[in-house]
Design a protein around this ligand. Sequence first.
Ligand code: ATP
Length: 556
Amino acid sequence: MTADAISLDCPLIMPATSLDTIVSLCKRRGFVFPSSSVYGGLGSTWDYGPLGVELKNNVKRAWWRSVVHERDDMEGLDAAILMNRLVWKYSGHEATFSDPMTDCRACKTRPRADHVFAAQKGRDPKGLDEINAAIAAKEISCPKCGSKDLTPARPFNLMFRTSVGAVDSGDDSGLVYMRPETAQGIYVNFGNVLDTMRRKLPFGIAQVGKAFRNEITPGNFTFRTREFEQMEIEYFVRPGEDEAAHEAWIAERQNWYLKLGMRRENLRVREQEKHELAHYAKRCVDLEYKFPMGWSELEGIANRTDYDLKAHSRSPENPDAVGELKYFDQELKKHLVPYVIEPSAGADRATLAFLCDAYEDALVKEPPAEDTTKLRDLVESFAKSVGRREGMAADVKQRLVSTAETIAAGLPGTLPQLIGLMEDSEAATIEVMKKVRGVGEKIAEEHTRTVLHLHPRLAPLTVAVFPLKRNDPRLVEMARGLKRDLQRSGVRTVYDDTGAIGKLYRRQDEIGTPWCITVDFQSLEDQTVTVRDRDTMQQERLLAPELASTFATRLT
Ligand code: ATP
């Protein structure tokens, strides 16, 4: 086995420290684009490009396989996005699915009052009353301009409204909502699935689909958007068996992320406090990921008791439902309303977390000493320039100065960190950054590599095949044939001959392709090819006819 030529025993590596680095890679390499960009975009909406759609589909597929196909107690569902408005009336969304908003009378912005309270008081508020007491006492201020002249907070419903039918009658007769979660589609189909699939408790229903929320403060790239995809499970159990089922799902869902390569130290379980719980929830834990902007929710796993099935059952409180959503327990010989455990994940958030977790810049070769000196001088002058800059927020200033000083002191070992700084949107506002980039980008390109260590099952492409020389028809023919055969056997494969092999390796590393195959002259004689591993950069010679089964084994 041989490895790519590297002159450092242990490459110095750097995970993504800012979301800007991930956003930049995503735009540059076709993972995610700003939506409607030819018209200047639409805030916080994103389109998944050729590689992004493959990655996100792989995330959804891995989830479906794990929670539906590999279990005996689950069924799948794909419910409509538009539903009878009564679903949202009796689920409680019409009355309560809202965020508390306050208006700043000074700068006319409308921030989320619970977020302002949490950021400035260091803890979550206990409710609207506590927020409003803090506003009245002028204990919290506008996060934009600092004014304490805030209006009392009031609820703002997050559901998008639209209407069905050809005529907009001007009243609410045709009103429907774009579903804000997929879960309700599952509850109202509980009876259908139970009857048609002859299920016994415990069993669950899984669904992947779009959801829409008119979020007031979307942001952090695809972390919080107004249109997103959820991967939700409603798991029905006998009352009394709910707590054990909840524990099992918490473990199961954590394992799913870990088995797909997420680093253990970046994933944690957070128990929701009593005042955070929805009024019907018995218990809820969040799985949180350490995103570059801090620990944030990846998935919520709640014990929702029998609230939802009862809410959609005919009763004095709900005269509109056509019947009752209940279960006849053959063993107990009685009807009961199951309790529900709900592991609710976001496909976009999971995709973003896998991307952040997989990202790494590594120094693979020492640059010449004179290049390092030149770069160090420029980074030092950038740090001084930031220090002199007026009108920049103090925390941003401090972050940029200390990052630049650390980088300057540690070059060339800190070249991977410099890549992050060169992509930082705040750093780009400093004039000297242009010069840093002018010199730094070339040095970084030649001496570092960006790698996405995505799990092979998630990587957008599994294999890339190159001919050693693109002007040799025999090599090209064999490489193209190999691409065709692998693709036919279900291994996602591309052919590329648009650069030197080293450059092609780097390109595939950056998008996370686990294996690159090179067809060379020896291949023509003995049918062996070089297979290079993305993570170790080791190369091995394998027999071409055996590759399909080799990769199939590696992918399971
Ligand atoms: P948050 O507290 O972040 O607003 P939530 O608790 O309201 O999230 P849930 O209603 O539990 O979220 O939704 C389940 C999952 O759906 C979340 O864990 C997240 O992965 C995803 N999700 C929710 N809202 C959004 C959004 N606006 N953009 C992207 N994903 C979202």
